[in-house]
Design a protein around this ligand. Structure first.
Ligand code: ZN
Length: 310
């Protein structure tokens, strides 16, 4: 067998949802994925996850890209917009249906909860009620993946081994919602493969989504990238920092403090002098000193205090 001596090109990505401006939490995911890619001479792509129009804020996608530019990020190639990927998602749904890996589900939320309760399943687990039901196309329905059997198990580059028995913990999950919106799981798997992503670096709030994505990759015969789930910012009560918890937008005119904090949060021990210099010298330092082994192996942590002036 020939041995492939050419290492595959590292390709990472940052995939924000345009539901508001970037905040320190999303900046940290951008910093982690960017440095992990650039420190290996790899490529870094940006994908706009704009699949949920009701939740989107007009102008947010452009504002996010503008902030990334102000903060000195340079991405490779054009930005991929999920809102323009409808055909690819429809093709994948057709393939799954054709191969018998998906089915229509006509259940209401209430019916799912009641069936789950009868079967003693944890809340939110879909019990597979429609696996053998015929739901006509004209009926209101979601499309679900027919889960393969067995446990999905992977080794995360930061969080270590992680596994789920999807049938018991999640159930056949939704690929397309009854209102016609494509599910996040479908879009992310199709697009990670389309963009040739070799490693996904993102917040730990998505760790428990990963087994679903791996299951879908396996069913579709797609490669599984490596995964590294960064700690996310939590407040003193342990809640994830988000728009809902009033995380402030980043200041486009003053990028150094947030970049410095992000590096510190990711265990990179930035020197205080970086706060005084140019953004380019901060990035140069960050790339030269990036060490993914010193990222704290925790799901969440509070933001560190700012740099102590020397
Ligand atoms: Zn159903």
């Amino acid at each position: 067998m020939p041995i492939n001596l050419v290492p595959e090109t590292y390709r990472g990505r940052f995939a924000p949802s345009p539901t508001g401006p970037l905040h320190i939490g999303s900046l940290i995911a951008a910093i982690g994925s960017y440095l992990q890619a650039r420190s290996q001479g790899g490529e870094w792509l940006v994908r706009m996850e704009d699949l949920d129009p009701p939740r989107e804020v007009p102008g947010a996608a452009d504002a996010i890209l503008h902030t990334l530019e102000c903060y000195g990020f340079e991405w490779d190639g054009p930005v991929l917009y999920q809102s323009q990927r409808t055909e690819a998602y429809l093709e994948t749904l057709a393939q799954l249906r054709h191969e018998g890996h998906s089915y229509r589900c006509g259940c209401s939320r209430k019916a799912i909860a009641e069936a789950g309760e009868r079967l003693g399943l944890p809340a939110g687990v879909y019990p597979g009620s429609c696996r053998n039901r015929h739901i006509a196309e004209r009926q209101r329905h979601a499309i679900r993946l027919l889960l393969p059997e067995g446990e999905i198990d992977f080794v995360d580059g930061i969080q270590g081994r992680y596994g789920q028995r999807l049938e018991r913990e999640v159930g056949d999950f939704v690929l397309r919602r009854a209102d016609g919106l494509f599910a996040y799981q479908l879009a992310v798997v199709v697009d990670d493969a389309y963009q040739g992503i070799t490693e996904v670096v993102r917040g730990s709030d998505l760790l428990d989504n990963t087994p679903r994505q791996i299951a879908l990759q396996q069913v579709l015969g797609l490669p599984t990238p490596h995964y590294r789930h960064l700690p996310v910012v939590v407040n003193a009560q342990g809640q994830k920092l988000s728009k809902q918890t009033f995380a402030p937008a980043l200041d486009d005119d003053n990028p150094l403090p947030a970049l410095w904090l992000g590096l510190e949060f990711l265990g990179q021990r930035p020197i205080p002098e970086l706060m005084e210099g140019e953004i380019d010298s901060l990035w140069r330092w960050a790339m030269d000193n990036w060490n993914s082994e010193t990222i704290p192996r925790t799901l969440g942590r509070t933001l560190p205090a700012g740099p102590i002036k020397a």
